[in-house]
Structures are given as C-alpha cells and as structure tokens.
Design a protein around this ligand. Structure first.
Ligand SMILES: NC(=O)c1ccc[n+]([C@@H]2O[C@H](COP(=O)([O-])OP(=O)(O)OC[C@H]3O[C@@H](n4cnc5c(N)ncnc54)[C@H](O)[C@@H]3O)[C@@H](O)[C@H]2O)c1
Length: 250
C-alpha cells in the first residue's frame, strides 16, 4: 500500500469542519501538505491549529467555492505556496431541507451553488495544472441522497447526482493524463452539519434504515478518501463508493 503522502499537496474544501477536517487529519498524519479552504477562515484556522502536532503541514485559506474569483485566488495561492497541487477533495457542501413545493429559486441556487458549481469551479481551476503535470486525484464528496433520492432535499439530491455524472464524464476525458476522478457518497454522518437536528429520538428512528444500526462517523468516509487519493488506487477512476452503514446498496 502506498499511503505515504510525504511529497503530496492536497486541497480540501470545507476542511474547517466535519468530514473535511477528518480528511485533512489523515493527510496530515500521512505527511501531506494540505490547503484547508473554507468559507469561514476561522474554521479552517481551527483545523490547522488542532492538527499542528502532526507530520504534515496545513495551510488555512478562506474561499467561498460558489464564487469562481475566490476559487481562482485560492488555487493560485496554493500553487504559489506549495509549488503544485496533486489532490483536490471537493468536500464543502450543505443542503436545503424543505418540501419541494415550498422551495424558491434562491433555495435551488443555494443547493446547486455549493454542491455543483463549487465542484465545477474548483475542478476547472485545477484540471489544467494536473493535465500539465500528468498527475492528479480528484475526489468528490457526494451523498446517498443523490443515489436514491432524499425527500425534502430534492434539489440537494439533484446537485449531488449531477456531480456523480460530471465525475464519470471527466474521468473519461482526463484518464490519459494520469488523472483519477472518483466520488465518495455518504449516508447520515455525525458532523456539525446534521447533529443540531438529531435528537436521540430522531437518531433511533433514522438508524432503522441502516443495517449497521448506527450513524456514520466523519473519520469513516475520510479513510476511503485517503485510499482513493493514494497511488494504491491508481487503477480506480469514474467510480462512486458509498460509506453509509448499508443505507443504500448499489
Ligand atoms: N454529514 C452528513 O450526514 C452528510 C451526508 C451526506 C453527504 N454529506 C456531504 O459531506 C460533505 C461534508 O459535510 P459535513 O457533514 O462534514 O458538513 P460540515 O458542515 O461539518 O462541514 C462543511 C464545511 O463546508 C464549509 N462550506 C460550506 N459552504 C461553503 C462554501 N460555499 N465555500 C467553502 N466552504 C464552504 C463549511 O463552512 C463547513 O466548514 C458535504 O459535501 C455534504 O453535503 C454529508
């Protein structure tokens, strides 16, 4: 297994919390330099502070991935500081929770802005750099909502499904340049995104849909992300893998 990231540089969007923070932790443990890009700089800085004792270096940056200009600046800064970017983890995201018949175009833009356009902005900005270097790993964090559909999250489900289609298409385009594009799909995972809504009663109800009878922990999808970012996964591209306690089996 090649899980040594000593000379690797990764960008993790939404690295200031939840799954993104755990992905950053694993990169750091394996020696990578990680750019932690988050909408909220203080959260990115907190990740960098928490992980400061580990072998890898973390660099906190502010970037709202819904804004292409901010993404361009963040990627340019990352390349300037580190000389290159080997790995992009498009992790930042959230979902509007509403009946579709009560949603507005602003809600749709919120879902598509971060979950789809954010992924397009970051990937578009880095892909030529990866093509030039004949090396790159892009891992997109999606949701089982996009695989099987989640009630009250129709446009979030649509945006995540779009990212899966995008990832497969791009994997076909850039495979000859030594670039792997894959998706990790999550079931309900205990992060600050969902925990404010999960009372013990709701948790007991939710876990009935999970054969392993519990919700996920953020380090669980993070472990798969690190594997997919490694050279041990060199022959894997265009795939979607769920880390979901068996919620969906596709
Ligand atoms: N937690 C779950 O149950 C669950 C389930 C399925 C999919 N996911 C997906 O996993 C990913 C990570 O979610 P999480 O649970 O760790 O959430 P989280 O809220 O703990 O972390 C998300 C981070 O993304 C950042 N962010 C939000 N909008 C941003 C923007 N426009 N630009 C840059 N950063 C932004 C937030 O500030 C936050 O730090 C998301 O893509 C989410 O859709 C999560």
């Amino acid at each position: 297994m090649h899980l040594n990231f000593q000379d690797r540089v990764a960008v993790v969007t939404g690295g200031g919390s939840g799954v993104g923070r755990e992905i950053t932790r694993l990169f750091c443990e394996a020696g990578a330099t990680t750019i932690v890009a988050d909408l909220v700089l203080e959260k990115a800085e907190e990740t960098a502070r928490i992980l400061s004792g580990l072998p890898g270096k973390t660099i906190a940056m502010k970037a709202d991935i819904t804004k292409y200009a901010e993404v361009k600046e963040m990627i340019a800064e990352a390349v300037k500081i580190s000389g290159k970017v080997d790995i992009l983890v498009n992790n930042a995201g959230f979902g509007v929770l509403k009946n579709f018949n009560e949603t507005t175009p602003d809600d749709w833009m919120a879902d598509f802005g971060v979950n789809l356009f954010g992924v397009l902005h970051c990937t578009r900005e880095i892909i030529n750099h990866m093509i030039e270097r004949k090396y790159g790993k892009v891992i997109n964090i999606v949701s089982d909502a996009g695989r099987v559909g989640q009630a009250y999250q129709a446009t979030y489900s649509a945006a995540k499904a779009a990212v899966m289609g995008f990832s497969k298409a791009l994997a076909r385009e850039v495979g000859t340049h030594g670039i792997n594009i894959n998706c990790v799909s999550l079931g309900a995972t205990k992060t600050p995104l969902i925990m404010p809504f999960i009372t013990p009663e709701i948790e007991q109800r939710l876990i009935k849909a999970y054969p392993l009878r519990r919700l996920g922990l953020p380090q669980e999808p993070a472990a798969l992300v690190i594997f997919l970012a490694s050279d041990s996964a060199a022959w894997i591209t265009g795939q979607v893998y769920s880390v979901n306690g068996g919620f969906s089996m596709i």
